[in-house]
Design a protein around this ligand. Sequence first.
Ligand SMILES: C[S@@+](CC[C@H](N)C(=O)[O-])C[C@H]1O[C@@H](n2cnc3c(N)ncnc32)[C@H](O)[C@@H]1O
Ligand code: SF4
Length: 369
Amino acid sequence: MIGLYVHIPFCAVKCFYCDFAAFSGQNKQVDRYLAALASEAALRAPHAPDTLYVGGGTPSELSAGQIDDLFARLRRAYPDARLVETTFEANPESLDEEKLAVLARSGVTRLSIGLQTADDALLKAIGRRHKAADFARVLRAARAAGIPALCVDLMYGLPGQTLDGLGSTLDSVLSLEPEHISLYGLQVEDRTIFAKRGVEEDQDMGREMYQLAIAALSRAGLEHYEISNFARRGRRSRHNLNYWDRGEYMGLGCSSASFLGGVRSSNEEKIVPYMTAVEAGRRPTAETEAPAGLEALGEEAFLGLRLLEGFVPSKQTRESFAGPWAALKARGLAREDGSRWRLTGEGVFLANEVFKEFIPPFPRQEATA
Ligand SMILES: C[S@@+](CC[C@H](N)C(=O)[O-])C[C@H]1O[C@@H](n2cnc3c(N)ncnc32)[C@H](O)[C@@H]1O
Ligand code: SF4
């Protein structure tokens, strides 16, 4: 199983919380960028991907013709692809019937639409351009266009967001019956407008909101399968499951990451340095590392524990992290289910605390080594 991720770094505006490689005012670069993606694919060893994820940034910022061009280039670059899933990310204000028809014709099986909240005043306060009504219109149009799985991105813990407000957002989204929901707690990242304004994460409120959402989504029949992800039966993201299984993937485009043959690499973050490198026939790699030893084993654990059903640790992982694992169980954050390691309900809330045990400098590991 190998996943192909294609990064589209263009956005209408930069949202106040966002630290992704996503740039506004750069759309004049799109055609050159699409050609650069094809050049980058040609510089790499051939692969036959099983899943394709076009993410961003905002892929729906491309025109219908540019979306068509993107998929044509990808088909030419990967003639042996045996895609079982194709995801495309979109923002409500930049999707229309014409683009949806191109997406359906291009084999998109999952459309991931960023709503964040259905509260129009809050949307404005976090720097979003669309209104809740735009989202509902686009979701219905996507359904009519025949895209099989509609996925929605939501956020909680936003400044000024209330429990009631989150409840109403969930009610209105659930009434549209999406197949998949991703729900992210606000992280205030450096370099964002929120960080400059001194916005702080509210852990207690975040926890209450997360609990409320888990209850509402499970009542509606969406299974909580990963810390931030909920799906109807058979609608889990196969592309993302491959990340959590520590499978191989390759990334095209600025800032994208690859993990091939045990080597992780990431591309130049900015659009122009990325394009300049591939146009000169150079791989646009910015960083490369080959996780080994405890680091690789720890990665197996903290990725596998993201899944609510947990994972079966390798013998080496089980032995190397025996001390930290026993301590996590004693704290009520983790448990064993047959041969699987998994988080408890409390561990899901405090997942970042748990993951610290498996990430260098391995606090407890060093104490027990
Ligand atoms: C990087 S965006 C790309 C998709 C699309 N442009 C959009 O805005 O929906 C993917 C999702 O990441 C989430 N996200 C981005 N920045 C975040 C942050 N600082 N904290 C929590 N979630 C965040 C949002 O839910 C967003 O929909
Ligand atoms: S959240 Fe989405 S639309 Fe907003 S800046 Fe980030 S990538 Fe662009």
